[in-house]
Design a protein. Structure first.
Length: 87
C-alpha cells in the first residue's frame, strides 16, 4: 500500500513535524553553547574597548584587533578600574 503524499494534510503534518524537530535541535544547540556565546561576547566587548583606546596590532593602514589569545591580559593591563553607571 502506497502512502499518498500529494494531499494537503500530509504536507501540513510534514511541515509541523519538521518545525518541531529542527526547533528542538536549535534549542538544544543554543542551550549547550550558551557559555561559549557569553564568553565570546565578553571577549568582543573587551576587544572593542581596547581598540577604541588605541591598543591594537595595526601596522600602516591595516586594521586589526589584539589577538583573542592575549585580550584578557591586555585588558587587565590597561583597565584597572571599572565603574557601572545606572540610570
Amino acid at each position: 500500500m502506497e502512502k499518498r503524499t500529494d494531499k494537503n494534510s500530509y504536507t501540513i503534518l510534514f511541515a509541523i513535524g519538521m518545525v518541531i524537530i529542527v526547533g528542538s535541535l536549535l534549542a538544544f544547540a543554543s542551550a549547550g553553547l550558551k557559555e561559549r556565546i557569553e564568553e565570546n561576547k565578553r571577549i568582543e566587548k573587551q576587544l572593542n574597548i581596547l581598540y577604541a583606546m588605541g591598543v591594537n596590532d595595526n601596522e600602516g593602514s591595516s586594521m586589526s584587533f589584539v589577538s583573542k589569545d592575549i585580550v584578557a591580559a591586555e585588558f587587565s593591563k590597561y583597565i584597572t578600574k571599572q565603574l557601572v553607571i545606572q540610570g
